[in-house]
Ligand binder design. Sequence first.
Ligand code: SF4
Length: 381
Amino acid sequence: MLYTMDPALRAIEHKVDEGIPLSLDDGLTLYRTPDIHNLGRMARKQKERKSGKKVFYVLNRYINSTNVCYAHCKFCSFAVDEFKEAGNVFRMTADQVFAKALETGANFNQIHIVGGHDPRQLSLDYWLPLMRRFKERLPHVQLSLFTAAEIEYMAKRHRMSFEQIVRELKSAGLDNVNGGGAEIFAEETRKKICPNKVNAANWLSIHEELHRQGVASNATMLYGHIESLEDRVDHMLRLRESQQRSPGFNAFIPLAFHPDGNELNDCGWTSGLDDLRTFAVARLMLDNFDHVKAYWMIQGIKVCQVALHFGADDMDGTHGSTDEEMIYHSAGTQSGQYVDDREFRRLIEDAGYVPVRRNSTYDEFPHDWAPPSQQPELVSV
Ligand code: SF4
């Protein structure tokens, strides 16, 4: 029997080939098509228009600096109420964060740090000196810090505008802001899952301000909980419009909801097919984003390798070598804490692509690149 293409996909493929942005209905058609093979083929074609045969990875260090948080998002398994669960609190001092990063050595290109809304840690008094210390000791390592939710929290507590807080953070060396906190923009759904967190309009305004001031960023979407497919496509459309207003997003990162230990546990796990569809739909909807990331920590390294054939062109980073990622590990991810960069290269080459080492802003490096100033004493605090 001859395999026939879902006719609904033909018109959409034509639009993508002509560079015409897709609509909400197109996005829903892509999500609902039974023709997963052609969906993947279309997304792969679009990925190869953007980044050819390249697939990116980064040598980085990932740190969650505090699990104290007052936002109480329903999907979160990481945050701790410091009064009710005092025994489970961790709150790293600036010296501890610095020492943790230096454990990695010097041969890495990014420090990625996010944490809870912790009034004792999330302040400029804590972060600005620490950021300057990083820049002095590891000038080649890009600072990929905070989410827009954390930046809004700091702006409120210091009574600053978004413009002012971004200026302060940039002056201390902020290179990139992580894409978290976006969750789902659709207001009704957002109110149910994270009513105390930055709202959609402010999340987008903060990223647009970052971009205006020359700080790069990424964007995420948390899917697989109570949201509808309309919410997902609407989320992508809002990001596309934001990128048009104030360009500066590098990568879109779909984050699959994990159910262990949180109030939305009855939503269960996403399926592999839903994950792959989401990568493909994102690649096709977000025509003004250069990269779609298949983050191995979230969907698992095997699904992420297959996602390279569904539009993804990035697998994220090595993460350092200890147990620093707590957000998804609290929620039940079976992924480990560390992937050797050789393993990234093997997985990418097996999928038929060319591995490329990058930093947060997608400057490219040889695989064996090391900083010229790498000295043995760099590893001591
Ligand atoms: S998702 Fe972030 S903001 Fe929400 S409760 Fe967890 S740590 Fe706090």
